[in-house]
Design a protein around this ligand. Structure first.
Ligand code: GLN
Length: 540
C-alpha cells in the first residue's frame, strides 16, 4: 500500500479557469490540517520548459531555488504553501519526450518500438510519482495543464487513468474543474458544457470524483443535484467556486464548500484534526482593511498582460497587507515614456518599480523614469533589468558617460557598465543557460539592504545573463553608488543603492519569487513602507 495519496486536477470547457489557484487552495486546506502536501504541474506543450516562452504567450516565467524555469502556477503553490518547489514540480511534454528519446538513443528499450502508449505514458507516470516517492509528502496534487479533449492532453489523461487504477481505491482521486456559464439573455446558469466535458473524460476511462464549478452566480441546490446526477458524482462532491474578490479568499471559500472534507473522505484520510488557518485569516484581515493607499508605478514592457509580472503584483499584495496599506499599481509602458510626458506619468507616484526584461525595446523609457525617481527622491526598486538600467542611468547622468549601456542593448558601447560574463559568451542555446536559481549574497553593514534583511547573508533567485561590470565599480562608488550586496564566491555585484536618496535600491536577483503570504518579502515590505512615508510627506 503506498503511503502517499494522489490528487489529479483536470480542467474542462475552457482554459484559464484557475486550476492553479484551486489546487493551491486545496493544498492549503490539507496543509492547515497537518498533511504534508505538494503540488506539481504537468504542461502539455513541447517546450522543454517555459524559459524560452515570451511572457505574452504564457505569462511570467517563475524560477525555483534549484534553477528551474517553470510555469507561473508554481509561484502560486509557493505563495500559498510557503514551501519551496523544485524542478520536479513542473514537467512538460517536451521534457517527457526528451527523456524518452534519450533513453531510446541509449538502447534502453531493448529493440522495442517506442510508442506514446506505453513509453510516453510510463514516463509520465514515473514523473508523477517522483515527489511522492521521496516519502516527504502525505498528499501530492498533480495539475494537468490544458483542457480535457485537447489532442495534446491525451497521454496525460491516459497516464492518470492507469495510475488511478494501479494506486487502487482511496489512494487517488480526480477533481475536474469546469465552467458553469451564465446566459444573461436566458437569465440562467447552464450545465451542458460541463456534462459534455465530464463525458469526454469518461470516454478516456476517467470518472471524475469531484466537480469544482467555476461560476459567476450561486449554484442552486437544484442545479447541484442535476450536476451530480448527470455527471456521476455525489451531491456533496459538487463544489461551487464562485468568483472571489481575491485569489487569497479561495481557500476560505473552498473550506466553506467542504472541498477538503470531501477529498479526505475519498482518500480515507482522517478529518478530525483542527484546521489551523489563523495566519491566513490574519493576512486576509489586514489585506481587506487597509488604512491608506500608496500609488506605485510598475514600469515594464509587458504591462498589457497582467500575468507577465504575476509574482511582482502578488509580492505587492503581501507587502501592502504587512504595511496595512492598499498598493495601487499603475502599469506604465516603458516604450511610451518620453521626456515630455515623464512628469505627468511619474510625479504623482509614491514609489517606482522598474521591472525585469530582455532586449532593448523600451529601455530608454525605463532609464528616464529612473532618472526622475532618483532626482526627485521617489522611492525606487529596480529588479534585474531594472537594476541594470539604474546603473546605466547613474553612469550616464552622474558620471557623465553619455554612451554607457548594457552590452545586451549595444554591443559596441564604449562604456559597457553592464556586460556579459566571460562564461556566458560561448553559450549558444537559449534554454536553461542563464545564471539561474538561488545564489548567496553577502550584505554590507550600514546599508539599506542590511537594514531590510537584518542579516549579513541571504539567498535569492536569479535569471539573467548580464552583470554589473566591475571595471566601473570604483568610479560608480566614488560618485555615490553603494554596492551593498556581493556574491561571496565571485564578487559579482548583486545589490546597488544610492547614498543621498531616501530609498533607492536595485537588485540583480528576483525577490518577488520568494514572497509568500506567511513571509512577505522584506525588500517589498521595506519598499512599500518607504513609499508610504513618501506619500505621507507629499500630502502633508
Ligand atoms: N536581460 C537582462 C539579462 O539577461 C535582465 C534579465 C532579467 O531582467 N530577468 O541580464
Amino acid at each position: 500500500m503506498p503511503n502517499t495519496k494522489y490528487i489529479f486536477v483536470t480542467g474542462g470547457v475552457t482554459s484559464s479557469l484557475g486550476k492553479g489557484i484551486i489546487s493551491a487552495s486545496l493544498a492549503k486546506l490539507l496543509q492547515a490540517r497537518g498533511f504534508k502536501t505538494t503540488i506539481q504541474k504537468f504542461d502539455p506543450y513541447i517546450n522543454v520548459d517555459p524559459g524560452t516562452l515570451n511572457p505574452y504567450e504564457h505569462g511570467e516565467c517563475y524560477v525555483t531555488d534549484d534553477g528551474a524555469e517553470t510555469d507561473l502556477d508554481l509561484g502560486h503553490y509557493e505563495r500559498f504553501l510557503n514551501v519551496a518547489t523544485t524542478q520536479a514540480n513542473n514537467v512538460t511534454t517536451g521534457r517527457i519526450y526528451q527523456s524518452v528519446i534519450e533513453k531510446e538513443r541509449r538502447g534502453e528499450f531493448l529493440g522495442k518500438t517506442v510508442q506514446v502508449v506505453p513509453h510516453i505514458t510510463n514516463e509520465i507516470k514515473e514523473r508523477i510519482q517522483l515527489l511522492g516517492q521521496t516519502g516527504e509528502y502525505d498528499v501530492v496534487i498533480t495539475e494537468i495543464g490544458g483542457t480535457v479533449g485537447d489532442i495534446e492532453s491525451l497521454p496525460y489523461i491516459e497516464a492518470v487513468r492507469q495510475l488511478r487504477w494501479e494506486l487502487g481505491e482511496h489512494n487517488g482521486l480526480v477533481i475536474h474543474l469546469t465552467l458553469i456559464p451564465f446566459l444573461s439573455a436566458a437569465g440562467e446558469l447552464k450545465t451542458k458544457p460541463t456534462q459534455h466535458s465530464v463525458k469526454t473524460l469518461m470516454q478516456s476511462g476517467i470518472n471524475a470524483d469531484v466537480l469544482v464549478c467555476r461560476t459567476e452566480h450561486e449554484l442552486s441546490e437544484e442545479l447541484r443535484h442535476k450536476l451530480a446526477l448527470f455527471c456521476n458524482v455525489k451531491r456533496e462532491a459538487v463544489i461551487q467556486s464562485i468568483d472571489a474578490p481575491t485569489i487569497y479568499d479561495v481557500p476560505i471559500l473552498m473550506q466553506e464548500e467542504r472541498l477538503d472534507e470531501v477529498v479526505l473522505d475519498k482518500l480515507a484520510l482522517p478529518k478530525d484534526q483542527t484546521l489551523n488557518l489563523s495566519q491566513w485569516s490574519d493576512f486576509l484581515g489586514r489585506l481587506k482593511n487597509p488604512k491608506s493607499t500608496v500609488n506605485i508605478g510598475l514600469i515594464g514592457k509587458y504591462v498589457e498582460l497582467q500575468d507577465s509580472y504575476k509574482s511582482i503584483l502578488e509580492a505587492f499584495i503581501h507587502a501592502g497587507a504587512q504595511n496595512e496599506v492598499k498598493v495601487k499599481v499603475h502599469s506604465i509602458h516603458s516604450e511610451y515614456i518620453e521626456a515630455s510626458t515623464i512628469e505627468k506619468k511619474i510625479a504623482h507616484l509614491d514609489g517606482v518599480l522598474v521591472a525585469p526584461g530582455f532586449g532593448s525595446r523600451g529601455v530608454e523609457g525605463k532609464i528616464d523614469a529612473i532618472q526622475y525617481a532618483r532626482e526627485n527622491n521617489i522611492p525606487f526598486l529596480g529588479i534585474c533589468l531594472g537594476m541594470q538600467m539604474a546603473v546605466i542611468e547613474f553612469a550616464r547622468n552622474v558620471l557623465g558617460l553619455k554612451e554607457a549601456n548594457s552590452s545586451e542593448m549595444d554591443e559596441q558601447t564604449p562604456h559597457p557598465v553592464i556586460s556579459i560574463m566571460e562564461e556566458q559568451k560561448a553559450v549558444i542555446d537559449k534554454g536553461g543557460t542563464m545564471r539561474l536559481g538561488a545564489w548567496k549574497c553577502s550584505i554590507s553593514e550600514g546599508t539599506i539592504a542590511s537594514n531590510v534583511y537584518k542579516t549579513s547573508e541571504i539567498m535569492e533567485r536569479h535569471r539573467h545573463r548580464y552583470e554589473f561590470n566591475d571595471t566601473y565599480k570604483k568610479q560608480l562608488t566614488e560618485a555615490g553608488m553603494v554596492t551593498s550586496g556581493l556574491n561571496p564566491d565571485t564578487g559579482l555585484v548583486e545589490i546597488i543603492e544610492i547614498s543621498n536618496h531616501p530609498w533607492f535600491v536595485g537588485v540583480q536577483y528576483h525577490p518577488e519569487y520568494k514572497s509568500t503570504v506567511v513571509n512577505p518579502h522584506p525588500l517589498f515590505v521595506a519598499f512599500i513602507a518607504a513609499s508610504k512615508k513618501h506619500s505621507l510627506k507629499k500630502n502633508a
